[in-house]
Each structure stands twice: as structure tokens, then as C-alpha cells.
Write a protein that binds this ligand. Structure first.
Ligand code: HOZ
Length: 426
């Protein structure tokens, strides 16, 4: 008998390109058909066929407190009583801005938008408007959403499906984007030397989360900060994934690094659509209506998204769960490493706090090129072995894993067992 997920997918394929509303969900790189989810609670997804899966995708980052947390749900319900959208300023967005600037000292002013893509696209425009320069630098494998300037050597679904340079981006736009290897200070020096007074901004996932999870070499972010400051270039940290996830103040807190602009999303919407960008007031004041850089949105600062995000951030403020989350991450990492060692299987498990990756690779993964040398076929077998046993990882060798506080206890123990068992059988 055909499963409910298969029936839904067959219908979706008729009407939705590839049957999905975001490419990586299609399971194409790991094979098989995606399952459909009818509900999610805590660390568990329940499929349309009633299967329960321990979820390490966490809606790609936002669900740091687990799915459908009662406090977030209550905040949305309370906000809903007053309406779904006003198209005017509302009190929630002021509280949200206050929370963001409290936890991110580099952010003096912040503008809300509706997705990470909007946040990065707007930050790039702002950097260009502020500096009156056109070129930007991004890093191979970093993914900053799907705007034209940034879909070049991009990670996430673009890389997973073999389109890191998307069709539809005019060559003239792409020429304004310089792509460099991550973790390579000499390449940065060369790019600045070759393009004097032309580079408006550098955008980076300070810890990469879209080519798998990769961290910077010691001193790399300091070098980046120094060279951008020296050249009057706006340094943008894309913390859409890492903001409030790895620390309340994101990677910039962990690395004591101060960007000029930061992009946020995911956790600050508590699971509803959201994005934000903020930073130095003198740069942010170039935005309309104060300045000449235009940016807008009908649903920006949406009261439901703000209420959900505020509840999520308040819980982080109260619970400070980061040490706990790091212990859970380390438990998974240790289980994978021990099983792989016993099997003689090369594996790299970069992990910090609640983000991790499993690269079947014999060398440390430092950038896009080394990530691509990982064995995607072994990953596919690992992915399906885990899924068959009820553990769901992102359906791509090039996406990070996410952990929530709801994983503490049975879910993490079971996942560690499953990882061990599957590696033994690979
Ligand atoms: N771009 C997201 C992961 N890096 C995927 C979003 C989704 O498919 O929901």
C-alpha cells in the first residue's frame, strides 16, 4: 500500500516544482522520497504516516527549545487575539529590537524583515550604499540565501543539487561578487590588493553552517576584521543560523569579534518567518526613511513572529542553555567518533554547542574544497540507516545538524545508539 507521504508527494510533484518549496527537502542527493510531517513536538517529528522521528534538523535552526514549545505557542496565541498584521509600527518590534541590541553589542540599530535571504540581501545593499562601492566578497560554500549577488559558489541546497552558481544570475551581477576560499588569509590579502577602494562589503558565515559545519582557524576572523577596517569595507557576519544558537551573542561573542553589520533570522522568529539585520548606527542610518538605501516589507515586524521570537529569546535569557546544549553535542560527536574508530572509518565531526556535522573524510574539513572531498556515498548510507531507525538528519552531506534542549535525555541517548549501530553496519 502506498504511504500517505508518497501519496502527498505524488500530488505535490504535479503542482510544486520538484514537489518541494525549498530544494534540499527533496531528498535528491540522498535518494528516496521525502516524508511529510503532520506535527512536531519537542525533539520529535510525526510523519503523515504516524512515524515518530528524532529530529536533528530542528526546522533548520529555529527550534532551539524543541518544536511547538508551550511558551512560544502561548505567546503566539496571545498575540493572535489582537490581530495577525497591522502594517504599522507595533510594540512587539520595539521589545525585539531591545533584546537584539542587548545581546549583540555590535548592533546599535536593527531593522526587521521576513527571512534570512531578505536580511543578507538588504545588508549587502546597505554596505554598497554606505561605501558607494559595488564589489562584495563572499566565501565558497557559505550560503546567504538566494539573492542574486550571493548565489555564487553557494552552499546549502545550491551545492547539494550541484548548482552552486545558479542560472538566472546575470553575469554582470556575478562579476561584482568576488568568491574566496574560507580560512585563507592570503586569498583575502590578494583580493583587497587587486581591488583597491572597490570592495563595499565582506559577508561571511563566521562559523559555516551551509556546507556542513566548519569553524575558522585561530586568528582568521581577527585578520578579516583588521583588513576590512583598514580598507573601509563593511564586515557583515551572517548569523542567521548561529545567532542566539551558539551563544546569546552568537559567534561574535564566542570569538570576541566585532562586525559592522550582522544578519539574523531563525531563532528570533521562534519558528515563524523572520529576518533582521543590524549594526553600527552610522551605517544603519543610511536606510530609508533616514537615508538613501531603500528597504521595506509589508509583513516586517509581524506581531505574531515578534511575539514568538520574543518568547524564544526570553527563554534563552532565563535558561542560558548553552553549556547543556554543548554537552549534548559532544555526546553525539563522541559516539560517532568512537564508532568510526572501532570500524576504521575516517570521519570528522566538527561540533560547537548545538551545531555539528558528520563528514566522512580523512582530513579535517576547513573549507568548501575539503568538504567536497567527503564521501557523499557513505553519508547517504549513514543517512538512510539513521532514518530507518527513527533518527532524522538533514538530507544532504552539506548541511549542519541542530540540537534542541528537548533532545536532552532519551532522544540524545537513542540517537547516539543509532549512530553507533549504523556506523558499525556501514
Ligand atoms: N536553506 C536551508 C538550509 N540551509 C533549507 C531550508 C529548508 O529547506 O527549509
Amino acid at each position: 500500500m502506498t504511504s500517505r507521504s508518497d501519496q502527498l508527494f505524488a500530488r505535490a510533484l504535479q503542482l510544486i516544482p520538484g514537489g518541494v518549496n525549498s530544494p534540499v527537502r527533496a531528498f535528491r542527493s540522498v535518494g528516496g522520497a521525502p516524508f511529510f510531517v503532520k506535527s512536531a513536538h519537542g525533539a520529535t517529528l510525526t510523519t503523515a504516516d504516524g512515524r515518530e522521528l528524532i529530529d536533528f534538523v530542528c526546522t533548520w535552526g529555529p527550534a532551539i527549545h524543541g518544536h511547538n514549545h508551550p511558551r512560544i505557542k502561548a505567546a503566539i496565541v496571545a498575540a493572535l487575539e489582537n490581530g495577525t498584521s497591522f502594517g504599522t509600527p507595533n510594540p512587539y518590534e520595539v521589545e525585539m529590537a531591545e533584546l537584539i541590541v542587548t545581546f549583540f553589542p555590535s548592533i546599535q540599530k536593527v531593522r526587521m524583515c521576513n527571512s534570512g535571504t531578505e536580511a543578507t540581501m538588504s545588508a549587502i545593499r546597505l554596505a554598497r550604499g554606505f561605501t558607494k562601492r559595488d564589489k562584495i566578497i563572499k566565501f565558497a560554500g557559505c550560503y546567504h540565501g538566494h539573492s542574486d549577488s550571493l548565489l555564487i559558489k553557494a552552499g546549502s541546497g545550491a551545492l547539494t543539487h550541484g548548482n552552486p552558481d545558479s542560472a538566472g544570475v546575470p553575469a554582470s551581477f556575478a562579476r561584482e561578487t568576488i568568491v574566496l576560499p574560507y580560512n585563507d588569509p592570503a586569498a583575502l590579502d590578494a583580493a583587497f590588493a587587486a581591488n583597491p577602494d572597490q570592495i563595499a562589503g565582506v559577508i561571511i558565515e563566521a562559523y559555516c553552517g551551509n556546507v556542513g559545519f566548519i569553524m575558522p582557524d585561530p586568528g582568521y576572523l581577527r585578520h578579516l576584521r583588521e583588513i576590512t577596517a583598514r580598507h573601509g569595507t563593511v564586515l557583515i557576519f551572517d548569523e542567521v543560523m548561529t545567532g542566539f544558537r551558539l551563544a546569546k551573542g552568537g559567534v561574535q561573542e564566542l570569538e570576541s569579534s566585532t562586525p559592522d553589520l550582522t544578519t539574523l533570522g531563525k531563532i528570533i522568529g521562534g519558528g515563524l518567518p523572520v529576518g533582521a539585520f543590524g549594526g553600527r548606527a552610522d551605517i544603519m542610518d543610511h536606510l530609508a526613511p533616514l537615508g538613501p538605501v531603500y528597504q521595506a516589507g509589508t509583513l516586517s515586524g509581524n506581531p505574531l513572529a515578534m511575539a514568538a521570537g520574543i518568547a524564544s529569546l526570553r527563554m534563552l535569557e532565563e535558561l542560558d542553555p548553552y553549556a547543556r546544549l554543548d554537552r549534548l553535542g559532544a555526546q553525539l560527536r563522541d559516539a560517532v567518533q568512537a564508532a568510526a574508530r572501532a570500524k576504521g572509518l575516517p570521519v570528522q565531526v566538527p561540533q560547537r554547542g548545538s551545531m555539528f556535522s558528520i563528514f566522512f573524510n580523512d582530513a579535517p574539513v576547513r573549507d568548501y574544497a575539503t568538504a567536497l572531498r567527503s564521501d557523499a556515498k557513505v553519508f547517504t548510507r549513514f543517512f538512510h540507516g539513521c532514518l530507518d531507525r527513527g533518527v532524522y538528519l538533514a538530507p544532504s552531506a552539506f548541511e549542519a545538524g541542530f540540537i534542541s534542549t528537548a533532545h536532552e535525555g532519551a532522544a540524545i541517548t537513542r540517537a547516539a545508539e543509532v549512530f553507533t549501530e549504523v556506523i558499525r553496519e556501514l
